[in-house]
Ligand binder design. Sequence first.
Ligand code: GDP
Ligand code: IMO
Ligand code: MG
Length: 429
Amino acid sequence: MANVTIIGAQWGDEGKGKVVDWLASRADIVVRFQGGHNAGHTLVVGNQTYKLSLLPSGLVRGKLGIIGNGVVIDPQALLAEIDRVRAQGLTVTPETLRVAENAILILPLHGALDRAREVARGERKIGTTGRGIGPAYEDKVARRAIRVCDLAEPQVLSDKLDELLLHHNTLLAGLGAETFDKQALLDQLLEWAPKILPYAEPVWERLDEARRAGKRILFEGAQAVMLDVDHGTYPFVTSSNTVAATAASGSGMAPATVGFVLGIAKAYCTRVGSGPFPTELHDDIGRKLGERGQEFGTVTGRPRRCGWFDAAMVRQACKVGGIQGLVMTKIDILDGFPEIKIGTGYRINGRAYSYLPAGQMAQAAAEPIYETLPGWSGTTRGARSWGELPAEAIKYVRRIEELVEAPVTLLSTGPDRDDTILMRDPFEG
Ligand code: GDP
Ligand code: IMO
Ligand code: MG
């Protein structure tokens, strides 16, 4: 039986958490493989709402959750999130949650550097979540990061802190920000150690055993292809690879175990933070999408920028991200619009493009080429079968399938777990 990997096909917040939760009933294990607590995944189950940042969304279904080596972990954020979901009645123990011993830690100095650099960038800021994600990944590739396993080796911690602080305090002082004290950081790490280490293990081994035993693994992506550090709208991206291939390297599994790749896309488009967004709407329609869709960032509370569905961008995301099937979410937010537009390509400096080229100036200048479809007067909200959908809504979905060159596998018609229409079981491959 195939595994399934879920990734965002736009700029994040497409509803990955909801879809992972829905599919988790068919899975045995849910694995996070990149990103950190910049992610905010909202799950609505009856009258309970869960907001998860680091914990794999399958925990809500009582499925084993694994945080892979590709994730950057802020121990304080992880412990706080565990406390928060326990207060909501979920069980999180070393039996239900395992953390890769070789995952990277985010320390308070990473958040401080992230925020100080954003201030220094002024108008050219990226609009990061300020949670230290970029600086932590930088330390990883620079080979000076502290990893989960280091919490068991105080001498290693002490030595690594010397190197880390030499680097970070120099930068922080140069930016006019407060510097960090080694002893205080060491004490903090040693206090976290006994709380984090019981969850730590070589998760690759457990995952390999699970694979050989025929267990179904669901990989839960964070962020989205257009925020991928290689394939996204660089430099307005996050600091990890968000494409499906990362599910393998970010968990210690073979590329083939990634299985069927589902890309999640809203029926329109949103973005938080800075950067190009060709189909963005600055008018009443954009405001209406934001209000009806309750488009506020889960992590930062910032209003999300809204616009029409950009089929050229999602087509590109499918190709580079490895997406084989699409999940279209929030189609209910389009209910009642007299007409609906779909971006099918771009005009950049007088030339037509079917894709978004990489150049920063070109991306900023991209004007969408639109196709207009009739809206529908009925409602899609809460529909649980294809037959309940207005004919125009079906036509909209079908047209997007053609333009994006990928089939719609699932349709989401409301925030609740059960407001979902299954068209093809992704676990069947
Ligand atoms: P993620 O980061 O991709 O997991 O997405 P977020 O949780 O940040 O944002 C998606 C928001 O849309 C959440 O508040 C979900 O509860 C909500 N949502 C998901 N699917 C649907 C849907 O089909 N319709 C509506 N109205 N809301 C949805
Ligand atoms: P989920 O998993 C939407 C955006 C930030 C910023 C850029 C870089 O909920 O879809 P970072 O803090 O990662 O260095 O910020 O990426 N961003 C997200 N936008 N959803 C997310 O996660 C995001 N994670 C990061 O707003 O523009
Ligand atoms: Mg989110």
